[in-house]
Design a protein around this ligand. Structure first.
Ligand code: PBG
Length: 331
C-alpha cells in the first residue's frame, strides 16, 4: 500500500506570485542582455525595418541618440552592424564602420561595451558573407579569412571591445585572434557566431542590412552556415572555435535551437550567448499585433527559456526593454 502518495504536493509551490518568484530556478537580469544596432552610411535619417518594431537603422549621428536613450534604460552592451554605402567585391572600404565605432567610443567610452559584427554580407555586391570565386559557385575560405582578419583589426583599432565574426568560414577565429594579438589588441575579446544555422529567420535582418544573397551562382548560405538537420556539426564547430581562441560562443537562432544551447553548455566552460534573431523577434511582434499574445510576457518567456537551456548572455532586439519588462513580469 502507498502511504506517501500526496497527489497535490507540487502545487503548493505555485499557489501565489511570491512563492513562484522565490522558487523560480531562472532569475533573469537585464545585465545579461546585448542590444543589436544597425547603422547605414547611405541614410540621411533613421529608417524603420520591416517587421522589427522598436528597431531602426540609424545614421552615424542618430545612433548616438539611440545609444544614449538605451543607456538611460539600463542597457550598456551593444552589437553593431555597420552597412556601407558602396558595395564591391574586392578592395573593400571599411572606413565607415571604424568611423562609427570611434564616434560611439568617443561619446560613451567605458559606459558602453561595444561588439562589432565582422562579415562581408553587407559589403559584397552578391550579398554573400565572403569572397566568391569567378563564377560565384563557391565561397573562398582563405581569401575571406584574410580580409576578415584585416577588417577585425581595423575595428579593434577604432575601439571595439569585442569582435563578433558572423561569416562562418573555417579558421577565422584563430586568424583573427593571431592578428589582434600581433597588433597589440590582446584585450579585445572575440564572440564567435559559433553555432550559426542557415535559417529562414534572418529575413528582417537582411532587409535592415540589404544582405540577402543575390547571385545566379550560390543562392543560399548552406555551404558555410550550419544545417538545421545537423547538431553534431554545430557542436564540433563551436568547440573548434573555442580551441581557436573564442571567448564567448554564440548559438543562433536561439529559441529554435535550445537543444544546441543545452548541449554546448555541457561541453564548454566558456559563456554561451543566445541570439534571438530578427525573424524570431518579428514572429512575436506579429502575433502581438494580432492580439494573439501579450508582447512583453512572450519576450520574457522566451528569455526564460533561453536561460533555462543554458544561455549566459541573451542578444535580443528587445534588450532595451529588458530592465522594465523583467521588473514588471508576473512570475
Ligand atoms: C550576417 C548576419 C546575419 C545575421 C547576423 N549576421 C544574417 C545572415 O547570416 O544572413 C542575422 C541576425 C538576425 O536575423 O537577427 N552574416
Amino acid at each position: 500500500m502507498e502511504t506517501n502518495f500526496w497527489p497535490l504536493n507540487q502545487r503548493r509551490l505555485r499557489t501565489g506570485t511570491h512563492i513562484r518568484e522565490l522558487t523560480a530556478s531562472v532569475k533573469l537580469n537585464y545585465k545579461s542582455f546585448i542590444q543589436p544596432v544597425f547603422v547605414d552610411e547611405a541614410l540621411s535619417s533613421a529608417r524603420k525595418v520591416n517587421g522589427l518594431n522598436d528597431v531602426q537603422v540609424e545614421t552615424a549621428d542618430s545612433i548616438l541618440y539611440s545609444i544614449e536613450q538605451d543607456t538611460r534604460n539600463g542597457i550598456s552592451k551593444f552589437l553593431l552592424f555597420p552597412v556601407p554605402a558602396i558595395r564591391k567585391d574586392k578592395e573593400f572600404d571599411f572606413s565607415f564602420a571604424s568611423h562609427v565605432i570611434r564616434r560611439i567610443k568617443e561619446n560613451f567610452g567605458e559606459e558602453v561595451w561595444l561588439a562589432a559584427d565582422v562579415c562581408l554580407c553587407s559589403y559584397t555586391t552578391h550579398g554573400h558573407c565572403g569572397i566568391l570565386n569567378q563564377d560565384h559557385t563557391q565561397l573562398l575560405n582563405s581569401k575571406t579569412v584574410e580580409v576578415l582578419s584585416h577588417y577585425a583589426s581595423l575595428l579593434a583599432n577604432a575601439g571595439a571591445d569585442c569582435i563578433a565574426p558572423s561569416d562562418m568560414t573555417d579558421g577565422r577565429i584563430g586568424a583573427i585572434r593571431n592578428k589582434l594579438d600581433a597588433l597589440g589588441y590582446e584585450q579585445v575579446s572575440i564572440m564567435s557566431y559559433a553555432a550559426k544555422f542557415s535559417s529562414q529567420f534572418y529575413g528582417p535582418f537582411r532587409d535592415a542590412c540589404h544582405s540577402a544573397p543575390n547571385t545566379m551562382g550560390l543562392q543560399n548560405r548552406k555551404t558555410y552556415q550550419l544545417s538545421p538537420f545537423n547538431s553534431n556539426d554545430a557542436l564540433a564547430s563551436a568547440i573548434r572555435d573555442e580551441k581557436e581562441g573564442a571567448d564567448i560562443l554564440m548559438v543562433k537562432p536561439a529559441a529554435l535551437y535550445t537543444d544546441v544551447i543545452a548541449k554546448l553548455k555541457q561541453q564548454t566552460l566558456k559563456p554561451v550567448a543566445a541570439y534571438h534573431v530578427s525573424g524570431e523577434y518579428a514572429a512575436i511582434e506579429a502575433l502581438a499585433e494580432k492580439g494573439l499574445l501579450d508582447r512583453e510576457a512572450a519576450h520574457v518567456e522566451v528569455w526564460a527559456a533561453l536561460q533555462r537551456s543554458g544561455a549566459d548572455i541573451i542578444i535580443s532586439y528587445a534588450a532595451r526593454n529588458a530592465k522594465e519588462w523583467i521588473n514588471n513580469a508576473i512570475i
